[in-house]
Design a binder for this molecule. Structure first.
Ligand code: PLP
Length: 230
């Protein structure tokens, strides 16, 4: 079932690429495996999944330990500064940096561990009060400060769009993030590559791809509904 779902999502991404004149190899599917057991991750791996997204440090570390080392782990959830030290050498990309204090901690730990930390800046494009992320108008300032930190490379932007019934309602959110990335890329800031746009989840990833997403984060569409009850 999971392998089938994964292949179906890949196909839909391919169709969204065709529709918008993009190359499917420019879009990475991050399988969001949070709350799901390693057996389910192994099923997704059989269908070709190699990029996995987690939103809790401890869960990411536990799965990292037991699964093959050639998988790519992405930290997509809100990150507390005191947990940075556990993930900085395990997560290939941290999608959720939204403050200079968090960026400084990532830099400090990356220097200590002698690794390069790849990060995205999380932007609260829709200005939802319940969401993390820097405001659109404050993004460039945060990027300019973060870019000065050692062992940190800003690869692009990430957003979590609102929950909506009709994915078309989020098109403008995705377009705004894409435009912001283009604007910032043009400024040629050192340590800022701006070639990653992480946007789109189960309900709206096709629209996100049409609007230029280079990473989509799909959980429910691959692994089924999550249950948080213990
Ligand atoms: C859980 C989560 C997702 C996946 O959500 P689905 O709707 O299940 O696809 C994507 N991004 C982030 C940041 C998440 O926390």
């Amino acid at each position: 079932m999971i392998a089938e779902n994964y292949r179906d999502v890949k196909e839909r991404i391919q169709r969204a690429c065709e529709k918008s004149g993009r190359n499917p190899s420019d879009v990475t599917l991050i399988a969001v495996s949070k709350t799901k057991p390693v057996e389910m991750i192994r099923e997704a791996m059989e269908a070709g999944a190699a990029f996995f997204g987690e939103n809790k440090v401890q869960e990411l570390c536990e799965k990292y330990e037991v699964l093959p080392k050639d998988l790519h782990w992405h930290m997509i959830g809100h990150l507390q500064r005191n947990k940075v030290k556990y993930v900085v050498d395990k997560a290939e990309l941290i999608h959720s940096v939204d403050s200079i204090r968090l960026a400084e901690e990532i830099s400090r730990e990356a220097v200590k561990k002698e690794v390069q930390a790849n990060i995205l800046i999380e932007v609260n494009v829709a200005e939802e009060e319940s969401k993390f992320g820097v405001r659109t108008e404050d993004t460039e300032e945060l990027i300019r400060k973060t870019a000065l930190l050692p062992n940190v490379c800003i690869r692009g932007l990430m957003t979590i769009a609102p929950y909506v019934e009709d994915p078309e309602e989020n098109r403008l959110v995705f377009r705004t993030l894409g435009k912001l990335a283009v604007d910032i890329k043009k400024k040629n800031i050192d340590n800022v590559s701006m070639d990653v746009l992480s946007m789109g989840m189960t309900g709206d990833y096709e629209v996100a791809v049409e609007e230029g997403a280079t990473m989509v984060r799909v959980g429910t569409g691959i692994f089924g509904e999550r249950s948080y009850a213990l």
